[in-house]
Design a protein around this ligand. Structure first.
Ligand SMILES: CC(C)(COP(=O)(O)OP(=O)(O)OC[C@H]1O[C@@H](n2cnc3c(N)ncnc32)[C@H](O)[C@@H]1OP(=O)(O)O)[C@@H](O)C(=O)NCCC(=O)NCCS
Length: 166
């Protein structure tokens, strides 16, 4: 298994992996409509948005030959912005490994106050990595509400002005 830093040219494959992960989530956590809204489509707007988010972030991709197994990135602001492991590669500690690698890189640069907007699937994984749940959250994508959890580690606190139920 190869461990590499993500570049913009890897992002279409990352998006395809995200779509696969989200499609495989159970119905009870997110409806089909919610999962479709979450995954979205890989278009020019998405490319520009993802490239901006990746720029300056610590990132990791894991691949086996040509096959992407997992990817994640952590922004300079300490947000674990992406965390996806292919359905067939889950439960082997790959998320834990990527979180540790990204946290080590961030800590070396003095960034230790971390947060994430975690899905129902990611919450126990982040709790195992030492994050605590601050509050439930709801985002609206394409008019469809999606629940997640604001989680923090290392003393990160939510700016009061940023708090919102949507
Ligand atoms: C969430 C996700 C990234 C986890 O990836 P993974 O590689 O299967 O996770 P790991 O195997 O590294 O598990 C990490 C830790 O969490 C624990 N864990 C994983 N799933 C768990 C669950 N459902 N309940 C309790 N603990 C769980 C593991 O036991 C492990 O703990 P340990 O290190 O103490 O053994 C993966 O399931 C995924 O991509 N899900 C769909 C997309 C998604 O929701 N991404 C997050 C967006 S915010």
């Amino acid at each position: 298994m190869e461990n590499f830093a993500l570049q913009p040219e890897h992002l279409p494959d990352c998006h395809a992996l995200l779509a696969d992960c989200v499609a495989n989530l159970p119905d009870d956590a997110y409806s089909l409509a919610a999962r479709l809204a979450w995954a979205g489509i890989w278009d020019e707007d998405c490319r520009v948005n993802w490239e901006a988010r990746l720029a300056g972030a610590w990132s990791v991709g894991l691949r086996d030959g040509d096959q992407l197994l997992a990817f994640a990135w952590l922004t300079q602001a300490g947000e674990l912005d992406m965390l996806y492991v292919a359905p067939w590669a889950q439960g082997r500690g790959l998320a834990r490994q990527m979180i540790q690698q990204l946290e080590d890189a961030a800590a070396a640069a003095g960034v230790t106050a971390l947060h994430a907007w975690a899905s129902h699937a990611a919450r126990p994984v982040l709790e195992a990595a030492g994050y605590v749940m601050l509050r439930p959250n709801r985002v609206v994508r394409d008019g469809i509400p999606l629940e997640n959890w604001l989680m923090a580690k290392g003393g990160w606190q939510e700016p009061a002005a940023a708090r919102s139920d949507t």
